[in-house]
Design a protein around this ligand. Structure first.
Ligand SMILES: *[C@@H]1O[C@H](CO)[C@@H](O)[C@H](O)[C@H]1NC(C)=O
Ligand SMILES: *[C@@H]1O[C@H](CO)[C@@H](O)[C@H](O)[C@H]1NC(C)=O
Length: 418
């Protein structure tokens, strides 16, 4: 008798599907670490570990490791860059990377070696088994910001855990308000497949680092160990897209460009970098031709960023990643507690940019998404709005890692096929 509301039915259907489509691989009420013996008690009593202050924001898979990053928003965060083994329990404790000694700060709050990552939001694993980490170098961000080390890009060889390079950013590429949120590596004309151990550092590679705080992309040229800053008005937030409601909490963010993903190379070797400010509903792109050359004229950069399309109201994105196997760009949908996708060969219309997952329990505040080299999608949800603006209920599961193959998630959606 009563009319079914198709929107409500659709949302119920999605919620039901999420757990079966993309089951949680890991889930935690609070984050804990793989302490050695009595260390934990000592860390708690000295304040070096305050469980309630640890909120993960990024993830990336390499072989049997899953990296989990925790920015040093507050005090009591033992280590910012961490991993768990994929065969671990659902509540697996985190291991500092590259080691306990070098993952953590010393007792007097300094770093022991150049392999220590002080504070990172997100990391990137490339096809050459390298881990790219952009370190803001700060601690206690919420209470007055302590600069422990200079902001830097670190590249680790995942096969040996050796630090290949640490590039400290020159002051001229940063601003007072800089917050470096993500990095993507651009392997030029090589992908290290069938490569022996000795070729890890060879080959031209660029990295594109988003500076969400000062609305810029920092380009790093590995071959020449050089970095420069690229600015464009489209890297800024859209004042009409600053309103959020997640986990029942309203907030306003003016965050600029926060993540980017590389599309496939064209015949000329250049590809498109797909990018977005957090507080925006639009998708942008620009050619790596403009980025790789540090002398690109300002006018070309100014005119070189294109609007691909608009996803519509409440469609802000914190992170995105591109899957070369399926040709799909995946992106978080923060205000919808979900995940969206777009096949980059199709026009960027509402029909071609569906929300394929949405679940206000399992995916409350999806913060990061990555596609690994085997075509599996990984999502981290972390209830960030409660963490920042209210309190977390630590009797509840707050942090989840969900994973499933990309083709299973997109089956029957407009993201598949031509
Ligand atoms: C899990 O994997 C790690 C690394 O591959 C290995 O060292 C460990 O023994 C494994 N644990 C179990 C319980 O299989
Ligand atoms: C890191 O520090 C060690 C010891 O001081 C030094 O030998 C090494 O060259 C440094 N590595 C990098 C990549 O900066």
């Amino acid at each position: 008798m009563s009319q079914h509301n198709p929107v409500i039915l659709f949302i119920l259907l999605l919620a039901h599907q999420t757990a079966s489509l993309i089951p949680p691989k890991f889930q935690w009420k609070t984050i804990d670490f793989a302490w050695d013996g009595a260390q934990k008690e000592a860390a708690i009593s000295s304040g070096r570990f305050i469980a309630a202050n640890n909120m993960p924001t990024g993830l990336a898979r390499w072989k049997d490791k899953l990296f989990i990053t925790i920015p040093r928003w507050k005090t009591g965060i033992p280590s910012s860059l961490n991993y768990v083994y994929l065969n671990g329990s659902q509540q697996a404790p985190l291991n500092p990377y590259p080691s306990w000694e070098e993952g953590c700060l010393t007792d007097d709050g300094t770093v022991m070696s150049n392999r220590t990552v002080v504070s990172t939001f997100r990391v990137y694993v490339d096809k050459c088994d390298r881990l790219w980490v952009v370190d803001n170098g700060v601690a206690d961000m919420a209470a007055g910001v302590k600069q422990i080390t200079e902001p830097a890009l670190l590249i680790f060889d995942l096969k040996t855990d050796h630090l290949l390079t640490k590039h400290v950013f020159d002051e001229s590429v940063l601003r007072e308000s800089s917050v470096l949120t993500s990095v993507v590596a651009d392997l030029v004309g090589h992908d290290c497949t069938n490569c022996d151990a000795s070729c890890t550092m060879r080959g031209k590679t660029f990295a594109y680092i988003t500076d969400m705080g000062s609305n810029a992309i920092i380009v790093y040229d590995l071959e020449n160990n050089n970095a420069w800053r690229v600015e464009n008005p489209y890297f800024h937030f859209d004042p009409h897209a600053g309103v959020y409601k997640v986990g029942g909490i309203d907030f306003y963010w003016s965050d600029g460009v926060s993540s980017a993903a590389l599309g496939p190379p064209a015949e000329d070797g250049y590809s498109d970098l797909y990018l977005h400010p957090t507080s925006s509903t639009k998708q942008f792109k620009m050619s790596t031709r403009l980025l790789r050359n540090k002398d690109t004229p300002h006018a070309d950069i100014f005119n070189g960023v294109e609007i691909v399309g608009d996803r519509g109201p409440k469609s802000q994105v914190t992170a995105c990643d591109y899957d070369p196997k399926s040709n799909i760009l995946f992106y978080t949908q923060v205000c919808k507690n979900g995940l969206g996708c777009w096949n980059i060969d199709k026009s960027f219309t509402k029909a071609n940019t569906p929300v394929i997952l949405s679940d206000c329990n399992l995916m409350e505040f999806p913060n990061d998404v990555k596609v690994d080299h085997e075509g599996n999608v990984w999502i981290l949800s972390d209830r960030q709005s409660r963490f920042l603006y209210e309190t977390m209920d630590y009797n509840d599961v707050n942090f989840r890692v969900l994973t499933a193959p990309a083709d299973r998630l997109t089956q029957g959606t407009t993201c598949q096929g031509k």
